[in-house]
Design a protein around this ligand. Structure first.
Ligand code: E4P
Length: 217
């Protein structure tokens, strides 16, 4: 499973990237706002840091302006994936930009039919939002499973990018149902290392190291 980090925080990306945990980055207008940085500048810095796809989202809602924005965004670096919303205009922009050879991430996906449309429009990535479905008492994981089945039935190559991941359990479940990629905030990726039995076991080993005076160096 590929791991994308869902942030525009350069330090957080660099820390995880040094451990080989970053296969790509996703940003959105809210994350750019949180960074307090200019979108072009911060996106360029992320692209310089990370080899994999870096999603940068358009700001327009009409297809022509989305296409123009997408063409400007891809000038930042070769690894830009233009992020467009799952609207009819977003799908038009997706088709034009992918036909031009650019990566496109179709975002704000909340249904299997939307994912089917995105695949037909040639999307590189489809981003179903798990956490936001959970927020309204629906099961985001059912959606990932449905998209997986539909894409496999017809051989669509669009990659399923599990987004709006809020918990470590979302990561496990996305991997189990076959998402190609998951994007999560740095805190969720770092929390995946935690297990109380690891802490308990290490405490016991440390006590024995101290009691026995075990030394290696
Ligand atoms: C993905 O590309 C989005 O940026 C992100 O996962 C949204 O997550 P949220 O629903 O927690 O804001």
């Amino acid at each position: 499973m590929k791991f994308f980090v869902d942030t525009a925080d350069i330090d957080a990306i660099a820390e995880l990237n040094a451990l080989g945990m970053v296969d790509g980055v996703t940003t959105n207008p809210s994350l750019i706002k949180k960074s307090g940085r200019d979108i072009m500048e911060v996106t360029k810095e992320i692209c310089d840091l990370v080899d994999g796809p870096v999603s940068a989202e358009v700001t327009a809602t009409d297809a022509d302006t989305m296409i123009a924005e997408g063409r400007k965004l891809v000038e930042i670096a070769d690894n830009i994936a233009v992020k467009v919303p799952l609207t009819w205009d977003g799908l038009k922009a997706c088709k034009v930009l992918t036909d031009e050879g650019h990566m496109v991430n179709v975002t704000l996906c909340f249904s299997a039919n939307q994912a089917l449309l995105a695949a037909k429009a040639g999307a590189t990535f489809i981003s179903p939002f798990i956490g936001r479905l959970d927020d309204i008492n629906l099961d985001g994981m059912d959606l990932i499973g449905d998209i997986r089945a539909i894409y496999d039935n017809y051989g669509y190559e669009t990659q399923i990018l599990a987004a709006s991941i809020r918990t470590v359990n979302h990561v496990t479940q996305s991997a189990l149902v076959g998402a190609d990629v998951m994007t999560a905030p740095p805190g969720v990726i770092k929390a995946m290392v935690n297990h109380p039995l690891t802490d308990k076991g290490l405490d016991a080993f440390l006590a024995d190291i101290k009691a026995a005076g075990i030394k290696i160096l």
